[in-house]
Design a protein around this ligand. Structure first.
Ligand SMILES: Cc1cc2nc3c(=O)[nH]c(=O)nc-3n(C[C@H](O)[C@H](O)[C@H](O)COP(=O)(O)OP(=O)(O)OC[C@H]3O[C@@H](n4cnc5c(N)ncnc54)[C@H](O)[C@@H]3O)c2cc1C
Length: 418
């Protein structure tokens, strides 16, 4: 049973994240959408502020990366329980609620926030204490996708060969679409120790961004989230110390080993779902204002003459709000389960599928409802519609989430249902 009220202890966090979104992200939204590839310098100060608040335990996870992926509710300042150990609302929930607010401000700028990359989720999921000391808190991007391996991440071809003479791994391959790949300090690179050994040989390696073997090939020009850099790399005899391999170097039983790396997604998918919830709320709020200016009031209880008699635009708005609320609740549930150490792969994929689809649908329908205002550059609605699309694509596409849900419900493995 989940409590549908957001815990009161997060009120301050939500208010602070909202204020940052309103005062720093929104006013700069259009500028960094136009000036793609220019680093939003306003974010440096905001990130420093968030760092300070995180250290003081006031704002755990208000950015993109305080993912609390160890599921430890007390790990970054959030109080562990609301009602005893049975009901934790910790760092996953805190991060999610902060993200929703920030993405109400601007998804692209949130993704461009220094030290908040999703790569930290991969590090926190498998790093040992020594690695956490070296890498924790740094800006880390995550590089899984390759030209021949997108949805099927088990098909990656980047290799890691151990060089006994130097105690280093030598990485060779190509990585594409790496969010924050140009600006981050670290890149978590997925590579295989032995392509013939299948999934169990896939490991993640932390590569310093200034490693001479990591060569930036190009930056993508994109439909949306243009404030966020998306980098393509070539890894050419890229040497990393053996201590930069995250987790065990053993080749594992394919199921067990790969399931370990995939667990990262159980924590990050609800966050991407939260991004969709945030941007869709921005669309709905703005649409409500534009409809009100046009004389369309939303009548929830029939006092304005009856729900059935109100304009079609109002009815469509109410339907969109219901869709948004359903996505929001699924997303909160998935994060709550992560905080409570309840296996949440199914719910994480359900939330990502529902919220990703809802975000795109709601944003485009808001554009349509608002007519010319929806498409004009004078308003942000058209930008939000472009920004929303990626949230139904990265961290696993809509189709892949549905496939995962189907496998789980039917009790089938990836070899049986593909
Ligand atoms: C802006 C941006 C940022 C990104 N950031 C990152 C990042 O930081 N790190 C990273 O590693 N990757 C990142 N990606 C890559 C992203 O995760 C992949 O694009 C995504 O996983 C899909 O892979 P693909 O593009 O190769 O499409 P494909 O896997 O080729 O899929 C193409 C289409 O086929 C569908 N499809 C594929 N397999 C199936 C199936 N079995 N059943 C039904 N339908 C299927 C897909 O849903 C999709 O619609 C980013 C991408 C973009 C555009």
């Amino acid at each position: 049973m989940i409590n549908l009220e957001v815990p009161r202890k997060f009120d301050q966090l939500i208010a602070q994240a909202h204020q940052a979104a309103a005062e720093v992200l929104r006013p700069n939204s259009r500028r960094y959408d136009r000036d793609e590839h220019e680093r939003p310098k306003e974010l440096d100060m905001l990130a420093a502020l968030i760092d300070g608040m995180n250290e003081g335990g006031q704002m755990s996870g208000a950015g993109a990366g305080g993912t609390g992926t160890r599921g430890d509710a007390s790990s970054n300042g959030a109080t562990a329980t609301d009602a005893g150990d049975a009901n934790r609302n910790g760092s996953n929930m805190a991060t999610l609620l902060g993200l929703i607010e920030m993405c109400w401000g601007d998804v692209g700028m949130l993704l461009a926030m220094p030290r908040q990359g999703l790569g930290q989720a991969a590090i926190a999921a498998v790093a040992d204490d020594e690695q956490m000391k070296r890498f924790g808190g740094k800006w880390a991007a995550m590089a899984i996708t390759e030209p021949e391996a997108g949805s099927d991440s088990a098909a990656i071809r980047t290799t890691a060969v151990y060089d006994e003479t130097t105690g280093e791994y030598v990485l060779n391959g190509e990585k594409i679409y790496v969010t924050s790949g140009d600006r981050a300090e670290l890149i978590v690179v997925w590579a295989t120790l032995d392509r013939s050994a299948g999934r169990g040989a896939i490991k993640s390696f932390v590569v310093e961004r200034d490693n001479p073997g990591l060569k930036l090939d190009r930056l993508e020009h994109k439909l949306g989230i243009r404030a966020s850099d998306t980098a393509n790399f070539v890894l050419q005899d890229c040497r990393v110390p053996k201590e930069n391999l995250l987790g065990s170097a053993e080749l594992q039983e394919s199921k067990q080993g790969f399931a370990g790396v995939m667990k990262t997604f159980d924590n990050t998918r609800p966050l991407v779902a939260g991004m969709a919830v945030g941007v869709a709320r921005a669309c709905l709020e703005r649409t409500r204002e534009i409809l009100a200016e046009a004389g369309v009031e939303i009548d929830y209880d029939g006092s304005g003459g009856g729900v059935s008699r109100q304009p079609a635009a109002a009815a469509e708005f109410i339907a969109m709000e219901a869709d948004w609320e359903a996505a929001r609740l699924l997303t909160l549930q998935a994060a709550w389960m992560a905080d409570n150490k309840v296996p949440n792969s199914l719910q994480a994929s359900m939330a990502k599928a529902k919220a990703g689809r809802m975000g795109t649908d709601v944003a485009l329908r808001c554009v349509a409802l608002c007519g010319a205002a929806g498409l004009a550059e004078a308003d942000l609605l058209e930008k939000w519609a472009r920004d929303a699309k990626i949230l139904d694509l990265f961290e696993g596409t809509q189709q892949i989430q549905l496939l995962i849900v189907a496998r789980q419900l039917l009790g089938l493995g990836s070899a049986q249902l593909r």
